[in-house]
Design a protein around this ligand. Structure first.
Ligand code: BES
Ligand code: MN
Ligand code: ZN
Length: 490
């Protein structure tokens, strides 16, 4: 999809669909359309009692000319980039339905960097579909794709940045949507190598033997029950000049989570191909760091494994030793994500970064606590929580902080026979898991954990969101990096 600015008003109207975003109960921006288009749209809006509530769309097909549309942004005082992103997405989805290839989009305010970026992201995300495995009948036309999205008086850098972020997220969706018979730890590592080549990153992949030799017995144990052996992936972006800091991004990469010997019931096993979504977000973010010319070193770390039952599987009662020497008693083989992350967090700590950020489809408990649309944020570092909440406000990917100071809950990490136990405390399960992870982060390294269970896939279609895997987290991590680089401009 071509994304660029266009000057308005223009006669005739540019494109097949010209959509004006409006605030609630205020059709003012329609003026930018000029002439007849403006008059007709205002009349129709009045007749239909169109209010301009967030996401509300009104279409006016005009024979021989561009279809006109209004899309609501909600109240002016509530304006956030996310409202523009959703509106742009709504417009693109309508354009696909209407087979309008060229879109012109207008905003009721001057679109600076942040809103131009949001519009570009919404457009690119809404045009996404995962349909590569579906045959088309001979008489069926190919899937309709929007060719171009012009933003009236759009800001160039914002549009370009938004296109990079949107494409990165779509890449994460592509990866997460691939099933476990296609993406194994090994093939995921292959894709990481491809990303590295395209984006100019360093890439090192460790196989199961190396993983074991490096002392990462937790990751190794989780992966050993499968024919598809685990891999540890290390991507690194090093900017041309002196790096201003070093940041480590860690993603949970379970290419499939059957639960292992503590096997999941069938209903719960569906969508577990998406248990690599954290890794997908990290790999996708890494694919964008060079295009964004980030001035810091960024490391992308993924422990990839498949959690399967079998003769070689790790078992409940097993005691394993993580990379930092701590021993873990296995209570439940379905609490595998925290084990794979434990070793990768140790490895990340050894890089001595200024921040470690991990993202994982970690607990059903977090999904139950927050619902389908928000991810949990866990960090003992107040400053980091603030920074990530700000990144989340800009990305529109909702985060919500959980407490990490409950010392009585923390005591439940203790095992009778080892240093730690990997599960066993049902209540506060998401916090328990986060506290478990904290045991593997070196003291003094600021660390935050995002539990994205539940937000990894959508059962609904709205705004720029499609049904299926979401690529959640990709943009929030990139916004976080842009912010630290002083490039957020919001
Ligand atoms: N991958 C799951 C968590 C999950 C659940 C992700 C739903 C996405 C949607 C994780 O590995 C898991 O199975 N967690 C268990 C932990 C329990 C055994 C302590 C859970 O949350 O039930
Ligand atoms: Mn599990
Ligand atoms: Zn899992």
């Amino acid at each position: 999809m071509e994304i660029r600015p266009v000057t308005m008003p223009q006669e005739p109207l540019p494109g097949d669909l010209v959509a004006a975003a409006v605030f609630e109960n205020d059709l003012t921006p329609v003026r930018k359309l000029g002439g007849e288009a403006e008059r007709q749209l205002s009349l129709l809006a009045e007749k239909r009692a169109y209010r301009g509530k967030a996401g509300e769309v009104l279409l006016l097909p005009v024979p021989g000319s561009a279809t006109l549309a209004l899309v609501g942004l909600g109240k002016e005082q509530d304006l956030q980039p996310e409202k523009v992103r959703q509106a742009a997405g709504e417009v693109v989805r309508n354009a696909v339905r209407d087979r309008a290839a060229k879109i012109t989009f207008l905003l009721p305010v001057e679109p600076g960097f942040a809103l131009s970026k949001a519009a570009a992201e919404g457009a690119i995300l809404a045009g996404y579909a995962f349909d590569k495995y579906q045959a088309r009948g001979e008489d069926e036309p190919p899937r309709f794709e929007v060719e171009s999205f012009f933003l009236a008086d759009g800001e160039e850098v914002g549009l370009r940045t938004g296109a990079i972020l949107g494409e990165a997220q779509n890449y994460a969706r592509d990866l997460a949507s691939e099933p476990g018979n296609v993406i194994t730890p090994e093939s995921l590592a292959g894709l990481a190598r491809e990303i590295a080549e395209q984006a100019g990153l360093e890439c090192t992949v460790y196989d199961d033997e190396s993983i074991r030799q490096m002392g990462m017995e937790a990751l190794w144990s989780v992966g050993k029950g499968s024919k598809n052996k685990p891999r540890f992936i290390h991507l690194a972006w090093k900017p041309a000049g002196e790096a201003c800091e070093r940041i480590a991004l860690v993603g949970k990469g379970l290419t499939f989570d059957s639960g292992g010997l503590n096997i999941k019931p069938g209903d719960f096993m569906r969508t577990m191909k998406g248990d690599k979504s954290g890794a997908c977000a990290v790999l996708a973010a890494m694919s964008a760091v060079s295009a964004l010319e980030l001035p810091m070193e960024v490391h992308g770390l993924v422990g990839a494994a498949e959690n399967m039952p079998g003769g070689d599987s790790y078992r409940p009662d097993d005691i394993i030793r993580a990379k930092n020497g701590k021993t873990i008693e296995i209570d439940n083989t379905d609490a595998e994500g925290r084990l794979t992350l434990a070793d990768v967090l140790c490895y990340a700590s050894d890089l001595d970064p200024s921040v470690i950020l991990d993202i994982a489809t970690l607990t059903g408990s977090c999904h139950i606590a927050l619902g389908d649309y928000s991810a949990g944020l866990f960090s003992p570092e107040e400053g980091l929580v603030k920074e990530l909440m700000e990144a989340s406000r800009i990305s529109g990917e909702r985060l919500w902080p959980f407490p990490m100071d409950d010392d009585r809950l923390r005591r439940k990490l203790k095992s009778e026979v080892a240093d730690l136990v990997n599960a066993g405390n049902r209540y506060g399960g998401a916090i328990f898991a986060a506290m478990f992870l904290q045991e593997f982060v070196k003291k003094d390294i600021p660390w935050a954990h995002i539990d994205m269970a539940g937000t990894d896939n959508s059962k609904e279609e709205y705004g720029y969101v499609q049904k299926g895997f979401t690529g959640f987290g990709t943009r929030t991590m990139l916004e976080f990096l842009l912010n630290r680089a002083g490039k957020a401009g919001a």
